[in-house]
Design a protein around this ligand. Sequence first.
Ligand code: NDP
Length: 295
Amino acid sequence: DVPAKIIDGKATAKDVRDEIAAEISRMKDAIGIVPGLAVILVGDRKDSATYVRNKKKACESVGIDSYEVNLPESATEEEVLKFISDFNDDPAVHGILVQLPLPCHMNEQNILNAVSIDKDVDGFHPLNIGRLAMRGREPLFVSCTPKGCIELLHRYNVEIKGKRAVVIGRSNIVGTPAALLLQREDATVSTVHSRTKNPEEITRQADIIIAAVGKPNMVRGSWIKPGAVIIDVGINPVEDADSPRGYRLVGDVCFDEASKVASAITPVPGGVGPMTIAMLLSNTLASAKRAHNFK
Ligand code: NDP
């Protein structure tokens, strides 16, 4: 058995960030403009605060200006909508991101709908998702995690056209857009979800598997066709007494088994995670270039 090639998301994300930084300095030199990203965080969830901090750091590392709004858990939907509306009108802001999940007294749909589709760098606006699903239409933005998955396949020269792909999971933010993207790239796509019977019979036919479920080690070696390429989106904490934090992160795919069968696989951590943030930066740059008609 030849062990699978590791698809190194950390190194690839670094390459992407370097390209973005170079492009931003070219734009700054030419027209004196740098991209701006506004991040709205409501409440004090620790994980959300960590994500926001990492996004801010990533912005700094490539030269994107970031604007952060922190609202208390008790904030009203109207207050959030007011910030969104101000950022929609602010020419220094090219991307607006509302960190999810929102407190349950807010209507997530209303809030995501309020983000201008020209600044929807998360790609969560229904118009952007709708355009992604339509033949002959182009979304202004594609959500960052699925985009990062496809970028990894491209950069590792994995052929998608004509291949059989299986996406496990159908969430609005990962599974569904991942399946739509693969279909746009001419793969034949099946989606597996919680009501699918005998999912392993379907995954065993796949040349490419994208797993976005949230179930540690669900995809076993026996679910995988020899030589398949595996993109593991899952981030699952599992107890680990040997780790200083008492837990470690594993994917939705059993890495030890899968890496003996697959031809290439992403690790967790260090696979899709870093690519997600890199794609956010890339979307923000693309938005600024579009707004200023900079080629
Ligand atoms: P959701 O919980 O929104 O969606 C999970 C999907 O998995 C649902 O479509 C669900 O099916 C399906 N599912 C649940 N159980 C099973 C099962 N036993 N068999 C088959 N399908 C099942 O999760 P997300 O899409 O938001 O995230 C998925 C994973 O990816 C999580 O681990 C999350 O932490 C991680 N993630 C990682 C990111 C990164 O940057 N690397 C970014 C975002 C998420 P149904 O629709 O029928 O309920």
